[in-house]
Write a protein that binds this ligand. Structure first.
Ligand code: VGL
Ligand code: ZN
Length: 194
């Protein structure tokens, strides 16, 4: 594939936070292994002046997705904790950067970066048409952010070399990829971008 990055393209990096990395509260196996690859995408987009959005899980300490409050997950990504910070090696650019917090109020959870956020408004304001999405977890927040983008009318590319899944059940990430591709998302690698 040969894709020219144009003015209407945006990069979206999903939930690359300490709690989702090995050693964190809700680790994605090898989640840290995609940092270098994501940094290459971040460099490419920021050099061209294209926007880079970083979504983050940003929960209150009594969030409904936590086991003690009726949910299924251990406590993770609690606002203003180290676990909620981005991986220290991720190259967060100083300009063309936007941080999108989700799952911020106690009674509402969001696996999609579009749910309860202004992401769609920010993208539409800029005239963005195509989204390039990577990060974690393939089978949760990447899946739902990709489907959200497709539903809102964006063309979506998945960073094949920049995603990792949890696989609570074996094969979840593979199945998530099939769902995304069936809905029209296209898997690319860094070599496909010009
Ligand atoms: C996520 C589980 C709970 C994710 C967020 O970012 O994929 N997974 N909260
Ligand atoms: Zn969460």
């Amino acid at each position: 594939m040969n894709i020219n990055i144009n003015h209407f393209d945006a990069l979206i990096i999903v939930d690359m936070q300490n709690d989702f990395m090995p050693g964190g509260a809700l680790p994605v196996p090898e989640g840290d292994k995609i940092v270098d690859s994501l940094n290459r995408y971040i460099d490419l987009f920021s050099q061209k002046g294209n926007p880079v959005y970083f979504t983050r899980d940003w929960h209150p300490e009594d969030h409904i997705s936590f086991k003690d409050f009726g949910g299924v997950w251990p406590p993770h990504c609690i606002q203003n904790t180290k676990g909620a910070q981005f991986h220290p090696d991720l190259k967060i650019p100083s300009d063309n950067k936007f941080i999108i917090s989700k799952g911020v109020s106690r009674d509402f959870d969001a696996y999609s970066g579009f749910q309860g956020t202004v992401l769609d408004d920010l993208l539409k304001e800029r005239g963005v048409k195509r989204l390039f999405i990577g990060g974690v977890a393939t089978d949760y927040c990447v899946l739902n952010t990709v489907l959200g983008g497709l539903n809102l009318g964006y063309q979506v590319f998945i960073l094949g070399d920049g995603i990792k899944g949890v696989d609570v059940r074996e094969g979840d990430s593979e199945r998530a990829l099939e769902v995304m591709k069936n809905r029209g998302a296209v898997v690319i690698n860094i070599e496909d971008l010009k």
